[in-house]
Design a protein. Structure first.
Length: 545
């Protein structure tokens, strides 16, 4: 049923209807033309028979030998196809007929055979052959053609001594020849049947040829086009229509294949663009997350800085008093000459108090250092100079800790817009942290390089114990430490973070337990301003408010 709704079926049906109409019209006009030709031949034959009779009987009529005339007419009347022969006189009486029962009877002058000549007041003298013939149906049911031929009063007739006629009589009578159309009608029917049969056969052959032509030239290419559209609609852009013809359908298939190639290319570009967009979104999300973490870290450090400043300020005076009186008591105990056991024990206790108070003082000092923003001496400083000074401060510490220190400065002329003392302090804090991570000694490397955008990068890598992955997000938080109790307060890396952040840079850490740690300090190019670094003038003006 699907084929009924196809374009091929509709074209085939239309072609068949057109062929049937054309062959039908052709058959109709052919049959009509053949019938007219046969009827013309029959009428022509009747006219010739009539002329033969008239010419054959002319001599006998001039001699008035009626028996000869009748014999001739009777003989001709027996010929196949001749239905009958009659002779009328001028008054319409049948004076002779091959059918003897008709003789001496009178015909109606207004009958079909006579109407043409006798319709007017004066009968016509002659008629063309077409008007002298009449076709009608006999009592037996078959058709007849009758042809009348006037018998004229010729000069030889009017001057004959046997039966002379006046010269004013132009027509002496009428010769009526009737011929049967039964065989002609049978031939016409047979010809009609054959023509219809041949027309039907030709129609069927042309229809089959048209159907085959439409199937090869239309249905199959259109089916391939439909298959191509279905494949493309289902997402298969690699499908190509296998048509190589040069007609319109072939050109359509070529354009379709070109369209699929363009769509395939566009889809690949969209996929590439989508993947690129996803990567960019992922990168931007990571950047935003990192910025968010930095903001949280800054806010956390700012809050802790305020708290640390308050606590340090409140603890500093009591601790100073305790330390002073502890030293005074220890001094008095040393001046006494008593070497008793209680005295020595009391002196050791006072020394312990002094050490613990000093340790508390260092904690308070670090708290103050963490909380306050020191006055910035911003200037353009060679990075190698900063590194050399920091290394000089830690050189003795490296030796006694059995640490092998190496530097790699690929840009010895590189400069940094910074407060030299603060950057030096940050490097020293990283060195101390690295040495403490390598209690049995190890390797410590410092590398200075420049990035693609001109940023300055300082990497401090050690071969120490490393940091656990769950501790890495918290290493820059104040008071967070992985050292044993009493070995640190967790402010060193927080101070480093604050210094680098105030210089417009950032600090990151990469570490794996047992494989060491790498701290990376990144600073913007020296030509860029650092909005987070406060100058002396800014701090001075703010302090007076």
């Amino acid at each position: 049923m699907r084929f009924v709704h196809t374009l091929t079926f509709r074209v085939l049906v239309g072609s068949c209807l057109l062929l049937i109409t054309l062959f039908g019209l052709y058959s109709y006009f052919s049959i009509r033309y053949s019938t007219d030709q046969m009827m013309a031949q029959v009428i022509d034959s009747a006219d010739r028979v009539s002329d033969v009779i008239r010419n054959s009987t002319r001599y006998s009529m001039l001699l008035n030998r009626k028996e000869d005339v009748y014999q001739i007419i009777t003989t001709i009347g027996r010929e196949p196809g001749v239905e009958g022969i009659r002779i009328y006189n001028k008054r319409g009486a049948i004076i002779f007929s091959t059918n003897k029962s008709e003789e001496m009877s009178t015909v109606d002058m207004h009958a079909e055979a006579c109407y043409v000549c006798h319709d007017s007041a004066k009968p016509l003298q002659s008629l063309p052959i077409g008007n002298r013939a009449r076709i009608y149906t006999a009592a037996t049911g078959h058709r007849l053609v009758g042809l009348i031929n006037p018998i004229r009063n010729e000069p030889s007739c009017s001057s004959a001594s046997c039966h002379a006629h006046p010269e004013d009589k132009t027509v002496l009578g009428v010769l009526d020849v009737r011929m049967s159309l039964e065989k002609v009608d049978s031939n016409i029917a047979q010809a009609r049947q054959k023509l219809i049969f041949y027309a039907a056969v030709m129609t069927l052959i042309v229809m089959c040829a048209s159907g085959l032509f439409l199937f090869v030239m239309v249905h199959r290419p259109v089916s391939r086009l439909m298959e191509g559209t279905q494949q493309v609609s289902s997402g298969n852009l690699d499908y190509e229509i296998p048509l190589s013809s040069t007609d319109e359908i072939g050109e359509l298939a070529a354009n379709f294949n070109e369209m699929t190639r363009v769509l395939r290319k566009a889809e690949e570009e969209n996929k590439t663009w989508s993947a690129t967009l996803e990567n960019r979104i992922r990168e931007k999300t990571a950047e935003l997350q990192k910025i968010n973490e930095q903001i949280i870290q800054i806010e956390k450090m700012a809050s802790l800085g305020k708290l640390a400043a308050t606590v340090a300020h409140e603890l500093n005076n009591p601790l100073e008093g305790i330390l002073t009186y502890a030293k005074l008591i220890a001094k008095r105990l040393r001046k006494t000459e008593s070497e008793s056991e209680p005295a020595r024990q009391m002196l050791e206790d006072m020394e312990l108090i002094i050490r613990e108070v000093q340790r508390c003082g260092n904690i308070v000092k670090n708290l103050l250092l963490f909380s306050k923003k020191q006055v910035a001496e911003i200037e353009l400083v060679p990075i190698k100079s900063i590194v050399d000074k920091a290394v000089q401060l830690m050189q003795h510490h490296f030796k006694i800790s059995n640490v092998d220190f190496e530097t790699d400065i690929s840009e010895p002329d590189a400069t940094l817009m910074c407060d030299e003392s603060q950057i030096q302090q940050a490097l020293v804090a990283l060195f101390v942290n690295a040495v403490e991570a390598m209690p049995g000694g190890g390797k410590l490397n410092l590398k200075v390089s420049k990035g693609q955008a001109g940023e300055l990068r300082i990497q401090v890598a050690d071969s120490g114990m490393g940091i656990a992955s769950e501790d890495i997000p918290h290493v820059f938080e104040p008071f967070f430490t992985t050292k044993k109790e009493g070995k640190g307060v967790g402010l060193g890396l927080s101070i480093v973070y604050g210094i680098i952040e105030r210089h417009g840079g950032n600090v990151s850490v990469e570490s794996e337990p047992g494989k060491g740690t790498v701290f990376t300090l990144t600073f913007p190019p020296a030509a860029m301003s650092h909005p987070r670094v406060e100058s002396k003038e800014a701090l001075s003006s703010r302090s007076t408010v």
